[in-house]
Structure formats: structure tokens, C-alpha cells
Design a protein around this ligand. Structure first.
Ligand SMILES: Cc1cc2nc3c(=O)[nH]c(=O)nc-3n(C[C@H](O)[C@H](O)[C@H](O)COP(=O)(O)O)c2cc1C
Length: 250
């Protein structure tokens, strides 16, 4: 499998929900396993584990079956959900760029045996396999996303923010907001209200991790050096949002 151009994949990837159930060959699976070990973390101090599981380990809860699943387990520390979003999105793009279908899946869970196979907490699944539907979008108009002005008030960084805007999110909720300037971009997520939060509060921090990865990838694509820092600027213009991290661009 290739180490492909992930940046261009941002603008054609889509969630795949119909799979050819034929398992991938051993060689391909090993390359995917190897790639899982190369993912860049957002928080280096948070222990994380990725396992490739077969569908018999998954309680699918109405979701269609896939031949393979990446299961993510993590230490529960501040920032762990955003770290999962940031890391696993690298797999979403890698698999899609290599001609395989994949989709974030928060609804299914694991059978007890699989949950107990790790000392870390089970967080989320990502099925993958050969797609039984069109793999890629062919035009940006096929993405249902909020306009740039709704997700940022930064001027002069549209090329970078456009990549963040295209990120996938749970229920396509797009809970992110970016503020700051073209040299230092602060990422926030919209805090869910009490009722929504009861069921779905784990998703916004994951979603913003995904979007932050797209932002970093785009910045590097345009030749900028990047550094992610953590220091809430305490911006009062973003009430209702929780601060996550900032991207410094050189
Ligand atoms: C954290 C997260 C959880 C998700 N959970 C599910 C899920 O359980 N089932 C599903 O069909 N799609 C799920 N999705 C996929 C989203 O519905 C999808 O990304 C969004 O609608 C945007 O569509 P796109 O990925 O095709 O661009 C999830 C996405 C994210 C980021």
C-alpha cells in the first residue's frame, strides 16, 4: 500500500456504509496494521491502542456489516477524545486514498470479550474493506458542510480552513470553530446542550480532533511549518465553545 497524498483525499473521501464482505488478504492487512503504528498523536503522553477485529467481535446495532474493524482503546486523560479524532482520521484518509472504504462508527460497540482484551477504555470503531458503493466524491458540491464564515472569523487563511471545513463529524454536526489569525489558529468545539450531551457528548471533542488534523495537513501541504500548542487564549467571542488546541504556523 502506498503512502499517498492525504491532502487531496480530504476533498474526495466519503463515509462508506456498504462493504464487500470478502476479507482483505493477509499482506494488505499487515500493511494496514503497520500503518496504525505510524500515526502521529496529538497528545504524546496518552496511551492508545488500535486493534484490527473481525465482525464477530462487534455488536453492530443496525449498522451494516464490514469485513474488518479498527477498534480504538485509550487511556482516559484530558484531551483523549480529541487525540483519538486526530489520530484515527489519519487512517480514514489513508484507507480511502488506498482505494478502501471506511467510516467512523460511534453507534456500534464491542462484545465483552473484545472490550476486556485491552486494559484501556474502548472508544470507537472504524470499519473498513472493499466498498460496495462509489468510493469517492467527484465534486466538492457533494459535501454537505456549513459555509466557511460559520466556522471561522479568521481572514487570510481560507485555503487552510477549507480543509478543516470538509472534515467528517458525528451526525455531520460540524461542532468546530476556529479563531485567531493566519499565524495562530485556535480550535474550539461547541458544547452540546444538556439533553444532546447525555447521548452524544463524546463526539464533539473527537470531531474537532478530526478537523484539526485536516487543518494541519493543509498547512503542511501549503509549505507551512506547524506546531500544535495548548494554551487557551480565553477569547470571549467564542462563548458556548470549549477550547481544544492551537495551531501555530510559520
Ligand atoms: C465520531 C463520529 C462518529 C460517527 N458515527 C457514525 C455511526 O455510528 N454510523 C454511521 O453511519 N456514520 C457515523 N459517522 C459518519 C458521519 O455520519 C459522517 O462523517 C458525516 O455524515 C459526514 O459525511 P461524510 O463522512 O460522508 O463526509 C460518524 C462520524 C464521526 C466523525
Amino acid at each position: 500500500m502506498e503512502k499517498p497524498d492525504l491532502y487531496s483525499t480530504i476533498f474526495k473521501r466519503k463515509s462508506i456504509r456498504k462493504y464487500d464482505l470478502t476479507p482483505l488478504d493477509e499482506n494488505r492487512l499487515n500493511k494496514i496494521k503497520d500503518h496504525l503504528q505510524t500515526l502521529e498523536p496529538l497528545h504524546e503522553d496518552i496511551e492508545i491502542e488500535f486493534k484490527i477485529l473481525s465482525p464477530d467481535m462487534v455488536k453492530r446495532r443496525m449498522m451494516r456489516k464490514a469485513p474488518h474493524y479498527i477498534a480504538v482503546f485509550s487511556d482516559v486523560k484530558e484531551g483523549y477524545l480529541t487525540n483519538v479524532g486526530f489520530m484515527l482520521q489519519q487512517m480514514d484518509l489513508f484507507l480511502s486514498a488506498n482505494g478502501l472504504g471506511t467510516c467512523w462508527q460511534g453507534i456500534p460497540t464491542l462484545k465483552k470479550e473484545a472490550i476486556e482484551s485491552s486494559s484501556l477504555e474502548f472508544v470507537i470503531l472504524m470499519p473498513f474493506g472493499k466498498a460496495n458503493e462509489t468510493l469517492h466524491r467527484t465534486s466538492s458540491s457533494q459535501f454537505k458542510r456549513n459555509p466557511l464564515k460559520e466556522i471561522s472569523d479568521i481572514e487570510g487563511a481560507d485555503d487552510l480552513l477549507e480543509a478543516a471545513r470538509f472534515a467528517p463529524s458525528a451526525g455531520n454536526g460540524q461542532p468546530w470553530f476556529f479563531t485567531g489569525d493566519e499565524h495562530l489558529i485556535h480550535a474550539y468545539y461547541l458544547k452540546p446542550n444538556f439533553v444532546r450531551g447525555l447521548l452524544t457528548k463524546k463526539y464533539p471533542p473527537i470531531d474537532v480532533g478530526i478537523s484539526l488534523y485536516h487543518l494541519k495537513l493543509a498547512s503542511e501541504h501549503f509549505g507551512r511549518e506547524t506546531e500544535i500548542i495548548f494554551g487557551d487564549p480565553g477569547n470571549t467571542d467564542v462563548n458556548g465553545y470549549d477550547y481544544v488546541a492551537s495551531l501555530r504556523l510559520k
